[in-house]
Design a protein around this ligand. Structure first.
Ligand SMILES: C[S@@+](CC[C@H](N)C(=O)[O-])C[C@H]1O[C@@H](n2cnc3c(N)ncnc32)[C@H](O)[C@@H]1O
Length: 437
């Protein structure tokens, strides 16, 4: 960082080839002398205060930020030039004056008094260095590399990775208990939330669904137990009871269990049932929302589910049982009578029954439809149809689950957007005329 601007590649006095010994100083209530009241001191003082240091600042003039701290009594300001003896009783000195001679004197006095001294102007002549410091996810990071910009870049890479959960850093002393129900988003691994990724990186056990973003599982350390609870449509699946029992038994034995689901855990995801089972068994549960495929898949495919002036409501419907089935609780008649966008999940194999019911109850047979399969994934396919021909068109195109079906006038907007996006992609970008003419 700027404080290390002059830090040499090979540390200077004393001992050119010695490495710095990294230490975390606990400065609570301990005197720290800061000489200088400019930009460097302004940057450094807040971190010292955060560490609880008892700061005496020596400088004839100071920045407004430091003056605020002095006025509010958070630091002691001696409004004068440095005098020999100012380092007495300090545990650490920061020589941040603008004049080199002043910093030299402070460093000499500090050395004589066996006080560690950080010199802002000459890292090679410093007995201590300030690392590029930062923190994320409850971890403090300090980096020294001999190159301040490189140190800052390494620090940023680490803190960003910790924040995003891309650096696996599980807690060992203060481990999370229980189960986290995490919505993984519609499929693209970039669409999980930051919180979801952070908690996934903490998992001892991951119970993953078929539609969860599976690429993320490959990043887990080898000691994480990954259980496939694949609920493959029309194929083998683990029963909900078995899944609940797994979550409870692993969590009860002290492991942190992540239940990784596609979309959002509470949108046709049985997250509520799993949460109930865990809480009834005394297991704490954290819920991390996810981008539901119901709106995330249309959005990623350029299908707005509402559009000003066209439609102001949308309805998300599970078609795991078709209209007319005695197990269905959906009021298809009122959905057909309204004008809202209908978003159907788990519908691909029941499109004929849906079209028949909606047309019979009053939706126009020509209502536009779009079907998006494998949304947000490299294999995504989008198809346009109308209510009356959607079943045949889906069959002809060979579209398979998972797919989201969007029915309503917004589909005309989606088609227009798709056309315009194609034109933009194929038109060369505008180049300003050369020569100012
Ligand atoms: C059991 S539901 C789970 C929904 C999930 N909890 C959510 O919020 O997206 C599964 C259905 O979601 C839809 N779905 C999930 N992921 C999808 C994707 N990537 N592309 C298209 N549809 C998807 C399909 O309709 C699929 O049959």
């Amino acid at each position: 960082m700027a404080d290390q601007r002059n830090q040499p590649d090979h540390p200077g006095q004393p001992g050119e080839r010695e490495q710095a010994y990294l230490l975390g100083l606990r400065l609570g209530g301990k005197k720290v002398v800061v000489v200088g009241g400019g930009a460097v001191a302004t940057r450094r003082v807040p971190a010292l205060l955060a560490a609880g240091a008892d700061i005496t600042l020596v400088s004839p003039g100071i920045t407004p930020g430091l003056e605020d701290l002095a006025t509010s009594g958070r630091i002691t300001w001696l409004a004068r030039a440095y005098q020999p003896g100012d380092c007495a009783g300090a545990w650490l000195a920061c020589a941040c004056a603008s004049g080199r001679e002043v910093n030299e004197q402070v460093a000499l006095e500090a050395d004589a008094q066996r006080v560690w001294c950080v010199r802002a102007d000459d890292a090679g002549a410093s007995s201590a260095w300030t690392p590029a410091a930062g923190g994320a996810a409850g971890v403090q990071v300090g980096v020294l590399s001999g190159d301040p910009r490189r140190s800052a870049a390494v620090r940023d890479a680490i803190t960003n990775g910790l924040s995003a959960g891309t650096i696996s850093a599980r807690h060992w002393r203060r481990r999370r208990p229980g189960v986290a129900l995490i919505g993984g988003g519609p499929g693209d691994p970039g669409l999980i939330t930051v919180r979801g990724r952070q908690l996934l990186a903490e998992a001892d056990v991951v119970v993953a669904d078929h539609l969860a973003p599976r690429e993320l599982l490959a990043e887990l350390p080898p000691d994480v137990l990954v259980i496939d609870a694949a609920k493959i449509p029309y194929g083998r699946s683990m029963t909900q009871r078995e899944i609940n029992d797994l979550l409870i038994s692993h969590a009860a034995s002290g492991r942190f269990v992540v239940r990784l689901k596609g979309g959002d855990p509470f949108v046709f995801g049985r997250g509520g049932e799993e949460m109930l089972a865990c809480l009834r068994a005394g297991i704490p549960v954290t819920v991390v929302p996810g981008v539901t495929s119901a709106v995330g898949v249309p959005a990623a495919a350029g299908v707005p589910v509402t559009h000003r002036g066209i439609v102001q409501d949308f309805h998300v419907i599970s078609v795991h049982v078709p209209p007319g089935d005695e197990r269905s609780s959906v009021d298809w008649e009122s959905l057909a009578r309204g004008t809202g966008t209908l978003i159907l999940l788990m519908a691909v194999n029941r499109l004929g029954a849906v079209a028949e019911a909606l047309i019979r109850f009053g939706r126009a047979a020509t209502t536009p439809v779009t079907v998006i399969a494998d949304g947000t994934m490299p294999t995504q396919r989008t198809m346009y149809a109308t209510l009356e021909n959607m079943e045949r068109r889906v069959a002809d195109a060979g579209l398979r689950p998972p797919a989201v079906v969007v029915i309503g006038e917004v589909v005309t907007i989606a088609a227009e957007l798709a056309g315009l996006a194609r034109d933009v992609a194929t038109t060369p970008p505008l180049v300003p005329p050369a020569g100012g003419g």
